[in-house]
Design a binder for this molecule. Structure first.
Ligand code: ZN
Ligand code: ZN
Length: 471
């Protein structure tokens, strides 16, 4: 299944603009899909499965598309099992089958559903590794006794837990899939599956299995602190849900998590009570909520703003541009962290606690944006500003994109203006993805320069030139 599909721009003589794997091809490149590539929208005209070819054309549409899929998972092999109070957690090999039958168009602004459209696609099948929670039937009864929707509850727990994965494994939430069953045919009881979205697995759910206690605690907390009434994109809604985020029941999720974390006791029939075994490895868990001043090692950092330079009267007014979100990659812990505007204080504390903050043009731009939020002097942040270093060496400024293109053969995934548009359209997920990609590029450039003593850039004439660096 993991074979690549090439995407062709039919308005540029079929030029190849990218490629996607088989699973993503069905999700994002079915006929009628709106596909985003480097910030440009493409409308998919044709998906040729035999030739593994996607035909697309640039478009300018006010909607995006999402598929609705029926998913099933079959347990092929169980590797490990942990028995906890009244339920158990397992890790094993799974076969996932997805049947995409229709897609929905949703307005970018406001996210109204504009209509549903049928698709005629064969099922997608792949084997992967996943973890699953086997829940007692009594939990379902207890939740339903409270007049709550049990299916909506386990579905919400699945979404919220998946949304936390990027906190402790380097991944995107779309790298992880999930399926919830009020009664799984093989287990005969309710179950929540969380699995790696790639054939063969890539170690993400195995990591979740090891940290299951912390993952469930964090999930409970995420839902508890979210101020929404019935669920929102910050807690239990998922942009990737194959069921259009239905059903979801936030209160039921709260109950179920309280049960999982031993805070809500229900009566279990003797058959459901199992001896409790400790988790296999208590070890270091998720980065818990730490006091912000705990010292940090090397951090890679970038931020996106809410307003453009034009809107605030020029780049010199960066202090008026306001934070949309910031992303940090903590090298020691191997995690990305995202900070939205309300968390700006914690962001500032974190930067100040770092041994070194590595960024690109951070002193003149990012710190100027953050300066609006604090009286503290950000000049005190130990910073390696790669652009400043380069400027010092060559006497002019070079964009991150040009350096990355020549040095790494990689480009940014969009540009700042596209990011502003996404933010306005409520697509904070895309802004976050974009910002994270920039942080990744920053880190790779830093490492390349450190290991090779130079970076590369392409002169107007086309030849590559070395810029010596010594960080
Ligand atoms: Zn919420
Ligand atoms: Zn879902």
């Amino acid at each position: 299944m993991q074979r690549w599909y090439s995407i062709h721009d039919m308005e540029r003589d079929g030029k190849v603009i990218g490629s996607v794997d088989g699973v993503r091809a069905f999700h994002e490149c079915h006929p009628g899909a709106v596909y985003l590539h480097h910030g440009q929208q493409y409308e998919i005209r044709r998906l040729d499965i035999d030739r593994r070819r996607v035909e697309a054309a640039p478009a300018n549409l006010d909607y995006y598309t999402e598929v609705l899929a029926e998913k099933e998972t079959e347990i092929l092999e169980q590797f490990e099992s942990i028995d906890l109070e009244g339920y158990s957690v397992k890790l094993g090999r799974l076969k996932v089958t997805e049947q995409i039958r229709e897609y929905c168009k949703r307005r970018i602004f406001g996210q109204d559903r504009l209509g549903y459209f049928l698709l005629d696609l064969p099922p997608v099948l792949f084997e992967t590794v996943g973890l699953w929670l086997e829940l007692p039937g009594e939990l379902r009864e207890a939740v339903e006794d409270k007049q709550l929707n049990f299916m909506g509850g386990i579905h919400a727990v699945e979404h919220a837990a998946i949304s936390l994965f990027p906190l402790f494994a380097i991944c995107d939430r779309s790298d992880i899939g999930g399926i919830s069953y009020p009664r799984h045919p093989q287990i005969g009881r309710p179950a929540i599956f969380i699995y790696d979205g790639y054939p063969g697995g890539i170690g993400l759910s195995a990591r979740g299995f090891r940290d299951i206690g912390a993952l469930l605690e964090r999930t409970e907390k995420l839902i508890a602190v979210c101020p929404c009434d019935t669920g929102c994109p910050s807690c239990i809604h998922s942009p990737k849900c194959g069921n259009g985020n239905r059903p979801l029941d936030k209160e039921a999720a709260r109950r179920i998590l309280a049960f999982l974390n031993g805070r809500w006791r229900i009566t279990l029939r003797p058959a459901s009570v199992r001896p409790k075994t400790p988790p296999p490895q208590p070890g270091p868990l998720l980065p818990a909520v730490q006091p912000a001043v705990e010292p940090r090692g090397r951090l890679f950092f970038d931020l996106e703003t809410r307003l453009s330079a034009e809107e605030v009267g020029g780049w010199g007014r960066a202090d008026k541009m306001r934070l949309a979100l910031a992303v940090i990659y903590d090298e020691e812990r191997g995690v990305f962290e995202t900070f939205a505007e309300p968390e700006v204080d914690r962001l500032l504390e974190t930067l100040l606690a770092a041994e070194l903050v590595v960024g690109f043009n951070v002193k003149r731009f990012d710190y100027a944006v953050l300066g609006a939020y604090t009286k503290k002097d950000l000049g005190g942040v130990r910073t390696l500003d790669m652009l400043e270093e380069i400027h010092r060496k060559v006497g002019f400024r070079i964009s991150l994109n040009r350096l990355a293109g020549a040095t790494l053969g990689e480009e940014k995934s969009a540009d700042g203006l596209q990011s502003l548009r996404w933010f306005r359209e409520g697509r904070v997920d895309l802004v976050e993805q974009y910002c994270r990609k920039d942080v990744e590029i920053t880190r790779k450039l830093f490492e390349y320069g450190r290991d090779n003593g130079h970076l590369l850039f392409r002169e107007a004439a086309g030849n590559k030139v070395r810029i010596p660096v010594d960080w």
